[in-house]
Design a protein around this ligand. Sequence first.
Ligand SMILES: Cc1cc2nc3c(=O)[nH]c(=O)nc-3n(C[C@H](O)[C@H](O)[C@H](O)COP(=O)(O)O)c2cc1C
Length: 334
Amino acid sequence: MNPLHLLPPETAHKLTLFAVKHKLSPIAPPDDPATRLELFGKTFRNPVGLAAGADKNAAALAGWARLGFGFVEAGTVTRFPRQGNPKPRLWRLGNGHIVNWMGLPNKGMDLFVAHLTQFQTAPERKKLIVGASIASPENSTDDLRALAAVIAPLADYLTVNISCPNVDAHDHSATAMQEQVTAVVSEAGATPVLIKLAPETNKETLQKTVESVLCAGAKGFIATNTIPWSKHELLGNTSFIWPQSNGTAVGGYSGPLLLETTDSMVRNIRDIAGANIPLIGCGGVQSGKDARRLFTAGANAVQIYTGLIYKGPRLIADINRTYCAQRQQGQPPA
Ligand SMILES: Cc1cc2nc3c(=O)[nH]c(=O)nc-3n(C[C@H](O)[C@H](O)[C@H](O)COP(=O)(O)O)c2cc1C
C-alpha cells in the first residue's frame, strides 16, 4: 500500500506537491527519442501529460519535468483566488476510484503568472510543454480575456475548462461557449487554445459543441473531465457509495470506470473533427494498456491524474513503453 494513502487525500496531495516542487521525488530515466511527437507545432518529449487540477497554481513545474512528464496542464486557474467547496471534498474510494468536489480552489492569476514567469528560465523549461487551464466559474468573458492575455505569452497552449462539474454556473449553451472561446482566442495570439470537454457520449450533442468551438478558433480538445452524479449511469455498476454533502451526491468521478467514456469521446471527436486536430485523451488511464486504447481510438497524447495517485510515477514509463511498441507497429496518429 502507498503510505501516502494512510493520510487524508488533500494532505497526501499537499505532501506530494511539496516533494515534487522541492525535487524530492524520483528522477525519470533519460528520454527515449522514440517517444517524441509533434503537436500544434511543438515538440513533446513524450505523450504523457499531467491532467489539470494536480498543480493548480503552477507551483512545481520543474519537478513534474524531472518526474518524466512530457507536458503539464497547470491550473485550473481563475482570475481571482477561490476557496473552492467546503471540506471534505476529495474522496479516495479504493480500486483506483476518486470522487472530487474541489470546486476550482486556486490562488488566482497573479501568483500563477509569477510561477510561470519564474519557470521560463529554469533548465527544465526546454523539456516540458506547459499548458494552462483557465476558467471563469462566474461565466465572465472579461475574466477569461484577462487570464488569456497574461498567461498565453508564458504557456505553450491554453485550455478553456468549460467542463468542471463542481461549480454552479458553467453555461454550456453553444452561444455562451462560442463567445468565451472567441474572446480567449483573440487574446491568446499565436498560443493555441484547446477546449476541455465534459463527458458526452451522444455523438450529435458532441458534434454541436465541437463544431461551434472550432468555428470560434479552438485548435484542439481534451476529453474528458470527471463524471458527475447526474451522469453516473455512464459508470455502469459501481462497488462504492457515492459521497454526499448535506444529503446530496456531490463531485465528479475519475478512475478506471471513466475509460469507456473517454474512449468513446476520443473516437467521436476524431471522427467529427478529422485526422489533424490535436486530441488529448484524459480519463481512466491507469496502465500502458489503457493508454494504448486511447491512442488506438485516435488520441495524440494522454493525460493522467487519478492513475498517478494510485500507481505512482511508474505509470509514465509504462505508457511510454506501450506508446513506443504501438508506434513500431505504425498505429498512433502522431
Ligand atoms: C482532485 C482533482 C481535481 C481536479 N481539478 C481539475 C481542474 O482544476 N481542472 C480540470 O480541468 N480538471 C480537473 N480535474 C479532472 C482531471 O483533470 C481529469 O480530467 C479527470 O480526473 C480524469 O482523468 P483521470 O481518470 O486520469 O484522473 C480534477 C480531478 C481530480 C481528481
